[in-house]
Design a protein around this ligand. Structure first.
Ligand SMILES: [Zn+2]
Length: 99
């Protein structure tokens, strides 16, 4: 029995976050009492070869990342659904159907 899992490509693990920050200059709008911070900066955070990694990306790349992350999460949900089904039909259950 062959099953095909369909999903949207590209996929990407990890997440996107945004941040604003202050710079190193002493006299800058980001140092005012009601500061105008720099940014927004977009960051991708995830694991690459087991190492937690953060990459600063452009707004456009961040948008691409978000699309891919959504695809990956949808795929993960589908896999989790399949696993629940698989466990409900595991070899030790009465519902088990041998191939
Ligand atoms: Zn500044």
């Amino acid at each position: 029995m062959k099953k095909t899992l369909e999903f949207e490509w590209p996929i990407l693990p990890g997440s996107i976050s945004t941040a604003r920050s202050r710079c190193g200059k002493a006299r800058c709008a980001c140092k005012l009492r009601s500061p105008r911070l720099h940014g927004i900066y977009y960051r991708w955070t995830g694991f690459i070869e087991g190492k937690r990694t953060t990459k600063t990306v452009s707004k456009e790349v961040a948008r691409e990342c978000l699309r891919s992350i959504r695809n990956y999460r949808r795929l993960q949900r589908d896999i989790e659904k399949l696993l629940r089904k698989a466990l409900a039909n595991a070899p030790w259950t009465s519902r088990f159907t041998s191939p």
